[in-house]
Design a protein around this ligand. Sequence first.
Ligand SMILES: [Zn+2]
Ligand SMILES: [Zn+2]
Length: 166
Amino acid sequence: MSQDQGYPLSCQCGHISFKTPPRSLSRGMAHCHCTLCQKQSASAFGTSLYFPSSSVFPLSPELESKLSLYKHNDSESGNTMYCYFCPKCGVRIMHSGVKPDGEMREVMSFKTGLIDGKELDWPGMKAKHIWVRSAVMPLAEGWECYEKYPDGGMEKKEEEERKGKE
Ligand SMILES: [Zn+2]
Ligand SMILES: [Zn+2]
């Protein structure tokens, strides 16, 4: 599959269907064990595929008109999470974050399970496990795990910002 093509993504009912930005722009994938992802996914963890926010926003008027938006205030970071979902089947589609000063976070994420399984190389993506300090399931030996975020990679900038605040 060409790196120029986006990943095709659709919700459970098919109302929402579009392509991500070109896969060459992806910042990788992570299984996130934070408590927000547990609540949001109603499961043990959430799997996200990251892209630069600037490659996704602003959304096309057509897509924006189909999506519903729930805004969640994250008391730990002070950011507001923009949680986009399908109004018909309720499936969460993607997340972006807005900092207290109104600036959008540098990376956003798509819910990876919405991508056609044949399009995504799950084993080859070598997903990290992040926020494992709140994991509710056993983590296997050999998995790439981080208490919070990795020092490098897709979330580097945000980790530095968190450290700066502490
Ligand atoms: Zn739907
Ligand atoms: Zn999370």
